[in-house]
Ligand binder design. Structure first.
Ligand code: NAP
Length: 245
């Protein structure tokens, strides 16, 4: 049974992604910074008959928590097949370029970029033991420098001086990571879930968590022919999925 770690999976997009991968027969380590919330999420899934899941305490902003999660999962398995770096925060929007405090930038980058670095570095050895490892970095189409400079783009007026650059930086980390593993079985992509109604945006999103889950799952279950080092937004480009960086 293939094994998956999802960060920030106690609710919203991460939780729905866990549900869809369970339905496909994957085993899920459900990351949650609050262990009780993770356990509640697991109970919900088990009540639906989805049993191959366990909660793991994992705060991506805390290196000790990441190390402890790595130790715990390492006691259970030598192989991790999929890592979904989903945990993320906006830092509270709107964020103007002139008035957003540096402390907000630091907090947002600590979770959206450094959190991904911490978790990826901690689990890369277990992922390397998989015959077909996949990493999905949950990004945002709003991280695209090209699209966000185009006044005719649907989300042109959706800015965020700390949140958007944190995801742009995540994209460049994804490019570097994919480069490091080129020519290997690794598939590493930045995937935009779409504008989704969750707590993240006070449920103003126009898509559902089911849509988002499908978009993420597609890049979590890639085979040897799948893409790597790409920036994907199936909401923005429904034909190929690929969008400009
Ligand atoms: P959400 O409803 O706010 O859920 C975010 C999840 O991340 C929660 O489980 C939260 O845990 C967790 N989290 C926050 N800080 C964490 C930390 N330090 N360590 C571990 N987990 C942490 O957001 P969402 O809409 O599901 O977003 C999921 C991802 O999609 C994010 O990366 C977001 O940037 C991205 N995204 C969302 C949209 C959208 O329209 N919703 C669009 C583009 C990209 P708690 O429950 O403990 O807070």
């Amino acid at each position: 049974m293939k094994k998956v770690l999802i960060t920030g999976a106690n609710k919203s997009i991460g939780f729905e992604t866990a549900r869809q991968l369970l339905q496909k027969g994957y085993y899920i380590y459900l990351g949650s910074r609050n262990f009780q919330n993770g356990q509640k999420a697991v109970e919900k899934l088990k009540a639906e008959g989805l049993n191959e899941v366990e909660a793991i305490q994992l705060d991506v902003s805390d290196q000790e928590s990441v190390n402890a999660a790595r130790k715990e999962i390492g006691r259970k398995t030598d192989v991790l097949d999929v890592l979904i770096n989903n945990a993320g925060i906006s830092g509270g929007l709107p964020q103007t370029a002139t008035e957003t405090a540096v402390s907000i930038f630091k907090n947002v980058f600590d979770i959206n970029l450094f959190g991904v670095v911490r978790v990826t570095q901690a689990f890369i050895d277990l992922l390397s033991n998989s015959p077909q490892p996949c990493i999905v970095n949950v990004s945002s189409s709003m991280a695209s420098l090209t699209l966000n400079s185009d006044p005719s783009w649907l989300y042109y007026n959706h800015k965020g001086a700390a949140y958007l650059p944190s995801k742009t930086a995540l994209n460049m980390y994804t490019v570097n990571l994919a480069y490091e593993f080129k020519g290997t079985p690794f598939k590493i992509n930045a995937v935009d879930p779409g504008f989704i109604a969750t707590d993240f945006n006070d449920h103003r999103g126009t898509g559902t968590v089911e849509d988002a889950g499908k978009r993420i799952v597609k890049y979590a279950v890639l085979d040897a022919d799948g893409p790597t080092g790409k920036f994907i937004s199936e909401e923005t480009n429904s034909e190929t999925g690929e969008i400009p960086w």
